[in-house]
Design a protein around this ligand. Structure first.
Ligand code: ZN
Length: 290
């Protein structure tokens, strides 16, 4: 099942069209997608058994043609985790040692934005990092790696946008603030429930800037796979439904170019993952002071 947020309302994107979950279920389920996540399994079985009628004839292709029709699927996760240095090629290009355990930072929820949003460039140097994002469906503590993927409710595409000047000005580098400017966490284009993926750990992942391919890899190239990440995180923090995990970025970030290459006003960043869809975010110059 694909679940998007359209005009603030949780919407199933089906083969035949769009289905407003709250209206089609006659109020059984909430209209807000953040509120819906703890009931995701119930929504899926309702959809399978009731086969609700389409409430909007627009197609998935029409949404894809103008992604600004979609908001960020989730806006109020209790926690957003992100994994640094989690693909060998990326560790090499930024000249950092491979971490002995997952290297975790956070992106703050106020940086979430939609799959087609225009993003204002703050002062500094803004870089791209396409990432597979896992949405926790069922929370818990001390989750075993063997059962970890059953705690994932859905997946989507994410960008861990990063302002490198501020990030690298501190020693050691500081991540969370440099990666949490307004609009620095576009996600979407919708949530794809976990049952639709045979193997989230073997998906093509790529991004291009104005048509030039910058990153192209497979999620099989992660150093710490998603079960390991979930086991590690939940050994310290309780995980809650709706929490997001940005699972790390492959090689090809702008910082590693010679000379470094950062996002310029007017450019469009296209980020995509096999079976999950794509984000298409244009960038504009911010006013002085950001
Ligand atoms: Zn990242």
């Amino acid at each position: 099942m694909k679940l998007g947020r359209i005009k603030h309302r949780a919407t199933i994107i089906a083969e035949s069209g769009l289905i407003d979950v709250e209206r089609a279920s006659k109020g059984r389920f909430p209209s807000d997608l953040d509120d819906l996540i703890p009931q995701l399994a119930a929504v899926m079985s309702w959809f399978e058994s009731e086969r609700p009628a389409v409430t909007d004839p627009r197609t998935q292709a029409e949404l894809e043609a103008d992604l600004s029709q979609l908001d960020a699927p989730l806006l109020r996760p209790r926690q957003i985790f992100a994994v640094g240095i989690n693909y060998r090629g990326h560790a090499d290009e930024v000249d950092l040692a491979l971490p002995p355990s997952p290297m975790i930072f956070t992106k703050f929820a106020s940086s979430l934005t939609g799959p087609g949003s225009t993003i204002v460039l703050p002062p500094g140097t803004v870089d791209w990092e396409v990432e597979l994002v896992a949405v926790i469906g069922q929370g818990g503590r001390n989750i075993a790696p063997e059962t970890a993927l059953s705690h994932v409710g859905a997946y989507c595409v994410g960008q861990d946008l990063s302002e490198r000047t501020h990030q690298m000005a501190c020693s050691p580098a500081q991540f969370s603030m440099a990666k949490s400017h307004r609009g620095f966490a576009p996600i979407g284009p919708w949530l794809t429930t976990a049952d639709e993926l045979d193997n989230p750990q073997d998906l093509a992942i790529a991004c291009d800037l104005d048509g030039e391919v910058m990153q192209s890899a497979r999620t099989s190239m992660m150093l710490f796979d998603l079960p390991t990440q979930i086991a590690y995180l939940s050994s310290i923090c309780e995980l809650y439904p709706g929490d997001l995990i940005f699972t790390g970025t492959p090689a090809g970030v702008g910082l590693s170019h010679q000379p470094p290459r950062f996002i310029r006003p007017g450019e469009v960043l296209h980020s995509r993952i096999e079976k999950l869809g794509a984000l298409r975010n244009p960038f504009v110059q911010g006013s002085a002071g950001g």
